[in-house]
Design a protein around this ligand. Sequence first.
Ligand code: DAH
Length: 346
Amino acid sequence: MLPKLEEIKSAALEQLDGIKYARDLENWRVRYLGKKSPLTQILRSLAKLSIEERKTVGASANQVKALLEESAGQKGQALRDAQLTSEAKKEATDISLPGRPHPVGHLHPITQTLDEICGIFISMGFQVVAGPDVEWDYYNFEALNIPAEHPARDTMSTSWVDTGKEGSERKQLLRTHTTAVTARTLESMEPPIRAVEPGKVYRYEASDATHVPMFHQIDGIAVDRGITMADLKGTLYEFARRFFGEERKVRFRCDYFPFVEPGVEMAIECLACRGGGCRLCGNSGWIEILGAGMTHPQVLERGGIDPKVYGSFAFGIGIDRLPMLRYGIDDVRLFYSNDLRFLRQF
Ligand code: DAH
């Protein structure tokens, strides 16, 4: 009987050791401690043994039973602990995981263009200056040689601001060009001046493929001793070369703007037909991109600058057309309609 008990004990403990799941532990219990288990049968049969045998076998069998029960209890606890840690592991935050990237947008193509152009002029020693969108009549017109009743006012359909003060001397408007900032710069800065002034401008106009009531310009002004038309041409030629590429031809022609004398317009060889003439350039082979000139002496004087001492050139670039030319966009309204399918391409 005793060797049989030893056999049962070692077999039971060996099997118990290999158990990994709670349900296997239950089966094990039934097999080794259940009613029909050999151990239980031995315990039941004790009555049939002699008193001597009953003592030794009984003690031994009860010891084995206690050992198995205790071992099973420990095993059960170990399995529950293991289960808990594996669940905890599953739930725990894994800080080594890379984060989920947030979708980020990018700058609007017009803003990108303005930044690029400012960058070009900054590298030539210009600083970037800003002025208000709601402007005084004085800086937008008067200071720039465009007094009331001057026909040049008719070329810029103006959105006037209703200040509620009828007949007020100081009229306000949405600036029609960034040249208004040039008038402010001349007044507020001392020569030598090199400044560019990017921003929104407004004209009272209906929208179509080439017109919108709000668009963008960047004006520039240089004031210093001995500045000549050669500086104007050199600076603007360098801008065109950097923005449009080395090989692009540039043309200067006479033009009229009240605040410069002489005035010029600068055109680049058409990007579509390379000068041959097409629909984009109206068959001329050239596309006008800016107005410029030698700042009018009266404009300098109004800014407190002596035109006998200082020379100055100024220019104004229309921005919206530039990305249109570069990317072949045929409707300026696309920039302002907030359609992400369009904007995401840039
Ligand atoms: N302000 C002019 C316009 O909106 C453009 C311009 C022309 C600006 C000549 C200048 C300039 O500074 O010198 O059409």
